[in-house]
Design a binder for this molecule. Structure first.
Ligand code: ZN
Length: 274
């Protein structure tokens, strides 16, 4: 969800990058998530943050000992500008391919206003990028030792994608689930009216159901740090927790339960009645 203050002062939101587990690292700031996966044959990124925070993202990649020129694949959870801010720059320096859900690619062509670049006028400068590949439900993306499964989860945008893959540490395999967009901002009555859209609430309800069908998720992730216990886990990690707090089989269901509760709150709010 775009935030004017964050957009204007990205340096206030610096967060040290860190290893989540195995090949998976966190390179985002304290609000918008960005992930790096070291495939063994080049880097995969999932989302690239705000356009004004490009230097922070680069700094995070270098700080972990990786080279941004070695990024080969950039996946996007959805087509909002706070998730693709560094994509064009990274593509330019690395030659990486950019991937986006096919419905959000269509949105870029037909309704670029829905990428919300203009929400931060007068600071907005970045426009939607040109995806090299458009992903659809059931696709897989592979590089080195990593294969990522794509599940369409419309609601936050029509083309929101969720990603599922395994990471490896100390001889163990851990299944990661990343829910690609859960913000209710686009489901609000005011958003429907401002942008002349509809149906996002129903799509999101179906997507939550589909996410419950994903089993055995060891590591639950979202696309903002307020989601899926991210900050709580990070704090526990910094406090020297004996076990990796991100590895917790109960968190995926708890995350989905909370999303369902938040959707129910919206649907039962008289002021949000359509
Ligand atoms: Zn968004």
């Amino acid at each position: 969800m775009p935030g004017m203050e964050h957009y204007q002062f990205p340096e206030k939101h610096i967060m040290d990058p860190f290893k989540i587990c195995g090949e998976l690292y966190y390179i985002g700031d304290d609000d918008v998530c960005a992930y790096l996966i070291d495939s063994g044959d080049g880097l995969i990124l999932i989302d690239t943050g705000y356009p004004t925070a490009q230097a922070l993202l680069m700094h995070s990649i270098y700080s972990l000992g990786f080279d941004p020129c070695n990024v080969k694949i950039i996946l996007h959870s959805h087509g909002h500008f706070d998730h693709f801010g560094c994509t064009v720059l990274l593509k330019t320096i690395s030659g990486a391919s950019a991937y986006l859900g096919w419905k959000d690619a269509k949105m870029f062509r037909e309704r670029p206003d829905l990428a919300l670049c203009d929400d931060c006028v007068p600071f907005a400068s970045q426009q939607p990028f040109e995806p090299d590949y458009e992903l659809k439900d059931g696709d897989t993306v592979s590089l080195g030792g990593i294969t990522i499964k794509v599940v369409e989860t419309p609601g936050h945008t029509e083309g929101t994608l969720s990603y599922f893959f395994d990471v490896h540490e100390n001889g163990e395999s851990y299944h990661v689930g990343l829910f690609g967009g859960v913000g209710r901002n686009t489901m609000r009555k005011s958003f429907y009216e401002q942008y002349n859209v509809s149906g996002y609430r129903e799509m999101f309800a179906d997507s939550i159901k589909r996410m419950y069908e994903q089993k055995d998720i060891d590591i639950a992730l979202g696309t903002h740090t307020v989601q899926a216990f991210f900050m709580k886990n990070r704090e526990a990690m910094l406090n020297g927790s004996e076990n990796n707090p991100f590895i917790d089989k109960t968190q995926w269901k708890a995350f989905l339960d909370h999303m369902q509760w938040k959707l129910d709150q919206l649907l039962s709010d008289p002021e949000e009645k359509l």
